[in-house]
Write a protein that binds this ligand. Structure first.
Ligand code: DX5
Ligand code: ZN
Length: 214
């Protein structure tokens, strides 16, 4: 493997059997569980929210890495904190004016703050959030347009990962979208140390084998 954390995206799991799917991923060697929260507004898809995180939390102690693809992330801080989320990653595109307050509230609810950016958003936009008074602890570089699993990895996003890694040697840098056997190495050598993978893990005959690549 490449010594990166691997976070299977539960978006590709059987939602009707979420607890057993989560346990199956942990048994296969998953480090984190990536939970995609979408509001049908920031992205044209609707998934799960705090009630499902709360239900899953009753079945597992795993790190629940929540990725908020929502227009109003502030509204989700309290419910997700209560539900037992571990990480709370919001999008910079909808938080340009209030990220300081967001980060403070996320931390006050015992969660780990992260910021994500879409493929078209310049990497410079997240620098103030990494360096500010209320710093995020992870940057999630989207390697597809957010909204759906099963899309094709965009190699041009690796420039952003390289720039981030050069500037911040010890920052957690996560990548999400189109990661699998043919792209994990590329992302890890660019500097990503947390790899999200949905369809490549859940669609593989041997999920553990794909997980072991990270
Ligand atoms: C996409 C989500 C991803 C998605 C990844 O908007 O943020 O987490 O589930 O799925 P794959 O690995 O299939 O691209
Ligand atoms: Zn995601």
């Amino acid at each position: 493997g490449v010594e990166a954390k691997i976070a299977p995206s539960m978006l590709s799991s059987d939602f009707a059997n979420l607890a057993s799917e989560a346990q199956r991923m942990l048994d296969c060697g998953a480090d984190w569980l990536h939970m995609d929260i979408m509001d049908g507004h920031f992205v044209p898809n609707l998934t799960i929210g705090a009630p499902v995180i709360e239900s899953l939390r009753k079945h597992t102690k795993a790190y629940l890495d929540c990725h908020l693809m929502v227009t109003n992330p502030l509204d989700y801080v309290e419910p997700l904190g209560k539900a037992g989320a571990s990480g709370f990653t919001f999008h910079v595109e909808v938080s340009r004016d209030n990220w300081g307050e967001l980060v403070q509230r996320i931390k006050s609810k015992g969660m780990r703050p992260g910021v994500s950016l879409k493929p078209g958003t310049p990497i410079e936009e997240v620098y103030p959030l990494v360096e500010g008074e209320y710093p995020v602890e992870m940057v999630l570089v989207m390697t597809v347009e957010p909204g759906f699993g099963g899309q094709k990895f965009m190699p041009e996003t690796m420039d952003k990962v390289r720039a981030l890694r050069k500037k911040y040697p010890s920052l957690d840098i996560e990548v999400d979208g189109g990661l699998g056997p043919s792209t994990i190495d590329m992302a890890a050598s660019a500097g990503a140390n947390c790899i999200v993978a949905g369809s490549s893990v859940f669609g593989a005959p041997d999920s553990a084998q794909v997980i072991s690549l990270s």
